[in-house]
Design a binder for this molecule. Sequence first.
Ligand code: NI
Length: 306
Amino acid sequence: MANPLHALGYRFLNTSLHGDSPDSENPGRLSRRGFMLLAASLSSCSAAGPPKPPPSGAVKTTSNSNYRTPPIHGPVPRNPDMALGSEFSKSSGVTFSRVLVSGNYVAMTFDDGPHPQNTPRLLDILRARNIKATFYVIGRSVDLYPKIVRRTVAEGHEMGNHTHTHRLLSKLSDSEVRLDLSRCRDAVERAAGVHMRTMRPPYGGLLQRQRELVHAEFGYPTILWSVDPLDWKRPGPSVVTSRILSGATSGGIILSHDLHAPTVDAMPATLDGLLRRGFKFVTVSQLLAMKTATATAQAAVTPANY
Ligand code: NI
C-alpha cells in the first residue's frame, strides 16, 4: 500500500517510522524531574514557567471523523534536500505569515514540543478529526521524546525546525544560527527519518539578513503567523478558542503551543469551530504549495515572546 506520507512529499531516510524498534539512538532518558528542570531552563515561550501536568478533568476527545483533510492538487513539494537543494523552497519566498490561496485553507501550527503528555493528547484530538498540522519542534526535546516525533510523522503531520535550544537567533552569530538549526534538523532526522521544509524562529526573532541566509543554506522559508492567541500567557482555553476563531482567515497560519496543557484543552472547541466555519486544514508546506501566483501576503507581525 502506498505510504500516505509520500503524498505529503516526505523523503524517507533509513529510520523506521513505526516505532517498533527500541530507541537505539535515544541518547538517554531523563526522569520526569529531570525533564521539568530542563524545561524550566529552556528560554521558553512561556512566561509561566515549566509545563504543568494536564488537569484532572482532561478534555474529552470527541469523534468528528466525517472531516477529511483535503487532497492537494498540483505539484507536491519535496522536502529540502541539503545536498541537492529544493526548487520548492527556493521558489516559495523567504518569509510568510500567511499565504494567498483560493479556498478556505488554514494551517494549524504547534510550537515548542514535543511534550510527553500534551503532544500525544493533541495528536489524539487531531486524529479524531483527520486534521493534519505542523509541529515546530525544539531539537533538545526531540532527542528526549523521539517516539512522539515518530508518531507525529506517522500520523501525517509535518515537522518544522524551531531550533535546538530555543534561543533568540537575532542575537546569535551566523555560525551559532547554523549550529542551532542543524542540530534540530539532525535530531528530527534521527528520530523520524524526515527532512523538514520550513523553520520558525523562536520568539519570531530573525533578522532579514539571517532569513536570507537560512533560506539559501537550509532551504527553509521563515514561517511566522497571522493569528496569535497569546496562549503562552495561559488566558484559559475558552479565550484561546475565541481568539483563534475570530482571527482565522483564508490562507492563515495559526500559532499555538503544544507545550501548554490549556492550549491542548482549547483544541477540540477550536478545531470544531473552524470546521463549522468551513475551514479546511493543511500543513504549512501544503499551504505554501497552494500559493496563488499573485504574491505572498506578508502581514506585519511584531516579534514577541514565542
Ligand atoms: Ni517557541
